[in-house]
Design a protein around this ligand. Structure first.
Ligand SMILES: [Zn+2]
Length: 111
């Protein structure tokens, strides 16, 4: 059955950080940090933004970290990257659609 409501995520920005050493394999310049945007959808249409989330992966050993478990150095780099990652407007497609419909209804009374 198709879920009517739910959450999905989309990668907003990613960067391989030169200075970070992977705590697992001790390689430098292999940690890829991603900023993920979460959106709530209704009938598969993105409706409203649900905030941002982070993850990192080492391109050498494939060790991954989710935001709460990130070592401090990676976490700091994530927050830096997050500052530059914008929430895309299409996260609000549903909300914008509803507003347009409401506006059209209001205007159609007067014109
Ligand atoms: Zn590694």
């Amino acid at each position: 059955m198709m879920k009517l409501f739910g959450k999905k995520s989309s990668e907003l920005k990613q960067k391989t950080h030169e200075e970070i050493i992977c705590p697992n394999c001790l390689s430098k310049n292999t940690t890829r940090i991603s900023v993920l945007g979460i959106y709530n959808h209704i009938f598969q249409i993105p409706f409203i933004s649900g905030g941002k989330y982070g993850a990192s992966v080492c391109t050498n050993c494939h060790h991954t970290f989710e935001l709460p478990k990130m070592p401090m150095a990676i976490k700091l780099a994530y927050y830096e990257l997050k500052e530059t990652a914008k929430t895309p407007i299409w996260f609000y497609s549903g909300l914008i659609g509803v507003k347009v419909v409401v506006l059209v209804k209001i205007f159609s009374r007067y014109f």
